[in-house]
Design a protein around this ligand. Structure first.
Ligand SMILES: Nc1ncnc2c1ncn2[C@@H]1O[C@H](COP(=O)(O)OP(=O)(O)O)[C@@H](O)[C@H]1O
Ligand SMILES: C=C(OP(=O)(O)O)C(=O)O
Ligand SMILES: [K+]
Ligand SMILES: [Mg+2]
Length: 491
């Protein structure tokens, strides 16, 4: 069974940011066929109407073509950014601009709006204003009421609503901008939008501690009539000492390396990434490594060798997912970029299986007995599948927990998860090694197993005689839950 995009048994998942380069129905289908598992909508950009149109196109694609592309809404956050720009702005060395908290159209000269009123108080003459993590650097030359005159010291391109950080004597300035709430009033409007749109995930930008995650989860529990998983984005300077509590409180975590590399020294990003990945693996939380994976493919059709090495490292760390940002939102080669992620992930996963790559020791997740039973059952099933060189693990799971426990064990073989709820199927599309299918469960577990054997044989994902480990925790009507592990051969 070759690697053919959507039907692949690639284990590492792919998240793609949808933007002008990929928002058409045709491009969305191309990305889904190429292997996109989750579509990310970045609320830094676009209007609710724009995002609604994209969501509707993805829903239509899932319905008509059998995909299960999940939807992730990513908050803007209250960090400081520039205003909308008609088109990206080229900044040459020595050029002067005015950063203003007024409407830039009312300011003479080349003015750029800034989203944060205390900007003029926070920055001082001599400070460095860093755009999008270093893509451009501007030196503050003069403050004039609501305007700040700056001079370009590092040239580059200023994108619309680009993130701004300030540095003084080489250190990040944490002034009032660091007191801004993680979720702005606009973010709460976007969260209500996400609830109305029944998205699968909400990714929270610039998380600093577990507080905002707990607050958002309780808000969603009271407002949303389906599960929406909360993804904490580790990209703020303040999040680094709180990674353990952030992982504990979140359903999943994203290492958002774009802004993270602006908030902490670049050379610290790999170790923070490693810590987040290991803590998530141990806690059984999905972890996404995001941004700059294939930055050069925004303009060029092939990646650099360094980018391939970076992706290989993420796959070896067994992260659940790789995420494209600008590469798929605004790049010239979104399909090729997904193709590179797919090829490198599949190849390195194979290499890891051959090398019997060190499995990290997984600590016990819960003390609750019934949780322990499921956890032990899945750990044994995964170990058995490896020892027996099973072709696959089949798991029947109503809410997805058993599939998550199995994914956490990172077995050598794919995990085919069967659930009767489409939203559970879509959320499982973020989990390492899980290939989710939706089907109505019959009362007879045996009949379910037979139907799924037939289903996967038809799709050439298993063949007659394959050894399969079957895990189920179905609760027959009015009976106690029955948890079982079986060794079966595909008929
Ligand atoms: N929904 C959108 N509408 C318009 N442009 C977008 C959208 N999403 C992303 N983009 C463009 O793609 C670029 C890269 O996307 P992303 O990395 O998600 O945003 P950011 O640059 O804010 O971190 C953005 O800077 C923006 O120019
Ligand atoms: C994914 C990230 O966040 P955003 O693109 O929203 O800035 C990042 O900073 O890497
Ligand atoms: K964002
Ligand atoms: Mg960011």
């Amino acid at each position: 069974m070759g690697e053919n995009g959507f039907r692949s048994t690639r284990r590492t998942k792919i998240v793609a940011t949808i933007g002008p380069a990929t928002c058409s129905e045709e491009m969305l289908e191309t990305l889904a066929t190429s292997g996109m598992n989750v579509a990310r909508l970045n609320m830094c950009h676009g209007t609710h109407d724009w995002h609604t149109a994209v969501i509707n196109r993805i829903r239509k694609l899932n319905k008509l073509k059998g995909f299960s592309v999940a939807i992730m809404l990513d908050t803007e956050g209250s960090e400081v950014h520039t205003s909308e720009l008609e088109q990206p702005l080229k900044a040459e060395v020595g050029e002067e601009f005015v950063l203003t908290i007024r409407d830039p159209k009312t300011v003479e000269g080349s003015a750029i709006g800034v989203s944060y009123d205390a900007f003029v108080d926070d920055v001082q003459v001599g400070d460095l204003v860093v755009v999008d993590g270093g893509m451009v650097s501007l030196e503050v030359k003069q403050k004039m009421g609501p305007d700040v005159k700056v001079e370009v010291v590092d040239p580059g391109i200023v994108l619309s609503r680009a993130n701004l950080t300030f540095r003084r004597n080489g250190h990040l300035v944490r002034a009032r901008n660091s007191m801004l709430p993680v979720l702005s009033s606009k973010d709460w409007l976007d969260i209500d939008f996400a609830i109305r749109q029944n998205v699968d995930f909400i990714a929270v930008s610039f998380v600093k501690s577990a507080d905002v995650i707990k607050n958002l989860k309780s808000y969603l529990n009271s407002r949303a009539d389906k599960v929406i998983e909360v993804i904490a984005k580790v990209e703020s300077h303040d999040s680094v000492p709180n990674i353990e509590e952030i992982v504990e409180a979140s359903d999943a975590v994203m290492v958002a390396r774009g802004d993270l590399g602006a908030q902490i020294p670049l050379e610290d990003v790999p170790s923070v990434q490693k810590e987040v990945v290991v803590r998530c693996r141990q806690a059984g939380k999905a972890v996404i490594v995001a941004s700059h994976l294939l930055q050069s493919m925004i303009e060029y059709p092939t990646p650099t060798r360094a980018e391939v090495a970076d992706i290989a490292d993420v796959v070896r760390q067994r992260a659940d997912a790789l995420m494209l940002s600008g590469e798929s939102a605004a790049g010239a080669y979104p399909e090729k970029a997904i193709g590179v992620l797919r090829a490198v992930a599949t190849r390195i996963e194979e290499w890891c299986r051959q090398e019997k790559h060190g499995q990290i020791v997984l600590p016990q997740l819960t003390d609750r007995l019934d949780g322990r039973v499921s956890e032990e059952l899945c750990a044994s099933a995964a170990q058995m599948a490896n020892n027996l060189n099973a072709r696959a693990i089949f798991v029947y799971t109503r809410r997805g927990y058993m599939a998550n426990f199995l994914s956490r064990c990172r077995p050598d073989c794919p995990i085919f998860a069967f659930t009767d709820k489409q939203d559970v199927r879509q959320r499982l599309n973020l989990r390492w090694g899980v290939m989710p299918f939706r089907l109505d469960f019959g009362a007879d577990p045996e009949e379910n197993v037979d139907r799924t054997f037939a289903l996967l044989k038809r799709r050439d994902l298993v063949q007659k005689g394959d050894l399969v480990v079957v895990v189920s925790d179905i609760r027959p009507p009015n009976e106690d839950v029955v948890r079982s592990v079986q060794i079966r051969h595909v008929p």
